[in-house]
Design a binder for this molecule. Structure first.
Ligand SMILES: NC(=O)c1ccc[n+]([C@@H]2O[C@H](COP(=O)([O-])OP(=O)(O)OC[C@H]3O[C@@H](n4cnc5c(N)ncnc54)[C@H](OP(=O)(O)O)[C@@H]3O)[C@@H](O)[C@H]2O)c1
Length: 312
C-alpha cells in the first residue's frame, strides 16, 4: 500500500514507519523538519519525506496535499507532546490546535483528492475516558469532561469528517506506550535507577500500559481489517494499577519501589499543574473491539513487557 503518515519523527511514528516498510508498504512522511536526519534509517527503502507546515495545505509545487491523492491510507500521529511541558494556557492551546488543525487539513486534502484513500487512521488517547476508578472501560464508555477528554473528543470528531468522502475512519485510543527509549518509561527510568522510584499519587489508579510493538501493530491493524472502524482502545488487555507497575519496574531494574510511599498529589500539581490529574487518575481499559476482531497482543504481562524492553 502507499501510505502517508504524520508524526513520523515521534516515539511511535518511527516504529510505525519501520513496521510498514518491513511489511512491503511504501511510505511518505509529512514532517515539519527541514532536514531528513531523523529518517536516516529509512533512506534506501520505498520511503520519502515531504515538508508541511502543519497549518496550511501548501500551494503550487510545495503543496503536500497532492500526496494524499492516490495514497491508499493515511496514518495521523502528529501533535505537540502532551506531557512535555507544564500545561499553561498557551501550551494547552498548542496541544489542542496542533491536533485539530492537522486533522482538519488532512480531511481538507482528502476532500480535494481525485483518488481518495481507503482508510484514515487518526490517533486518539485513553485520556478520552478520564479517571474511572475501578469501572471496566470499553469503547461504549462515554467521555470524561476534563481537558484531555475534551481534546480527544474534538480530535476524533475532526477525523470523522473524512467519512463524508467515503473514507473509513479508525481512531486508536492509545494507552501509555512503553518503549525502549523515550515516552513514559524514559521519564521513569532515571528516577528508579537512582533508587528513588515510587508511585505517583495514591498508587491505586489504573495504568493502562501498552508495549510499543503492540501499539505499532494495533495502529496498523485497520489497514488489513476493513471491519475495524471508529474508535478502538489500544492498551494491553491486562492493565495494572500504578503501584503494581512501579513494583514490576523496580523488579526489572533490581531497584526498590518505595510503595506505600508515593509522590503526593499536591507535589505533582505544583510541578505539573492540571496535567497532574491525568497521572493520578486512570481507567481500567478493555480493548474490547480489538479482542473481538482477534487481534493478538504479544505482551499481556507487564513484567514480560518490561523485561523485554529493559534487557541489556
Ligand atoms: N506516547 C504515548 O504514550 C501516547 C499515548 C496516548 C496518545 N499518544 C498520541 O499519539 C501520537 C503520537 O505519539 P508520540 O508519543 O509518538 O508523539 P511524539 O513523540 O511527541 O511525536 C509527535 C510528532 O508530532 C509532530 N509534532 C509535534 N508538535 C507538533 C505541532 N505543534 N504541530 C504539528 N506536528 C507536531 C512531530 O513530528 P515532526 O516534527 O516530524 O513534524 C513529532 O515527532 C500523539 O498525538 C500522542 O498524543 C501517545
Amino acid at each position: 500500500m502507499n501510505i502517508v503518515l504524520t508524526g513520523g519523527t515521534g516515539l511511535i511514528g518511527k516504529s510505525v514507519i519501520a513496521h510498514l516498510l518491513e511489511n512491503g508498504h511504501s511510505v511518505v512522511a509529512l514532517t515539519r523538519q527541514h532536514t531528513t536526519a531523523a529518517f536516516s534509517a529509512f533512506e534506501k527503502k520505498p520511503f520519502r519525506t515531504v515538508q508541511w507546515d502543519a497549518h496550511t495545505l501548501g500551494s503550487g509545487d510545495r503543496a503536500w496535499s497532492k500526496e494524499i491523492s492516490g495514497a491508499e491510507a493515511i496514518i495521523h500521529l502528529a501533535g505537540e507532546g502532551i506531557f512535555d511541558k507544564r500545561w499553561t494556557a498557551e501550551i494547552k492551546h498548542r496541544l489542542v490546535e496542533s491536533r485539530l488543525t492537522t486533522t482538519r487539513l488532512l480531511v481538507e486534502a482528502i476532500a480535494q483528492a481525485d483518488t481518495k484513500p481507503r482508510v484514515f487512521i487518526s490517533a486518539s488517547a485513553v485520556g478520552y475516558y478520564g479517571d474511572r476508578h475501578d469501572v471496566p472501560t470499553d469503547e461504549s464508555t462515554p467521555p470524561a469532561t476534563d481537558f484531555l477528554a475534551d481534546l480527544c473528543v474534538r480530535w476524533e470528531k475532526e477525523a470523522e469528517e473524512a467519512r463524508k468522502y467515503g473514507v473509513r475512519v479508525a481512531n486508536p485510543r492509545l494507552g501509555i506506550v512503553l518503549a525502549e527509549s523515550g515516552g513514559a518509561l524514559g521519564r521513569m527510568l532515571p528516577v528508579f535507577k537512582a533508587f528513588l522510584g515510587m508511585p505517583l499519587g495514591a498508587g491505586k489508579q489504573w495504568f493502562p500500559w501498552v508495549h510499543s510493538e503492540d501499539v505499532v501493530r494495533g495502529i496498523c491493524f485497520p489497514l488489513e481489517n476493513s471491519n475495524l472502524e471508529g474508535a478502538y482502545n489500544l492498551a494491553s488487555p491486562a492493565p495494572v494499577r500504578m503501584e503494581e507497575f512501579c513494583a514490576e519496574l523496580g523488579k526489572a531494574l533490581n531497584r526498590p519501589s518505595w510503595s506505600p510511599l508515593s509522590v503526593p498529589e499536591f507535589a505533582l500539581k505544583l510541578a505539573l499543574g492540571e496535567a497532574a490529574s491525568s497521572l493520578t487518575g486512570g481507567a481500567n481499559i478493555i480493548p474490547k473491539k480489538l479482542l473481538e476482531l482477534h487481534f493478538e497482543f504479544r505482551y499481556t504481562k507487564v513484567s514480560s513487557a518490561l523485561q523485554q524492553l529493559l534487557r541489556p
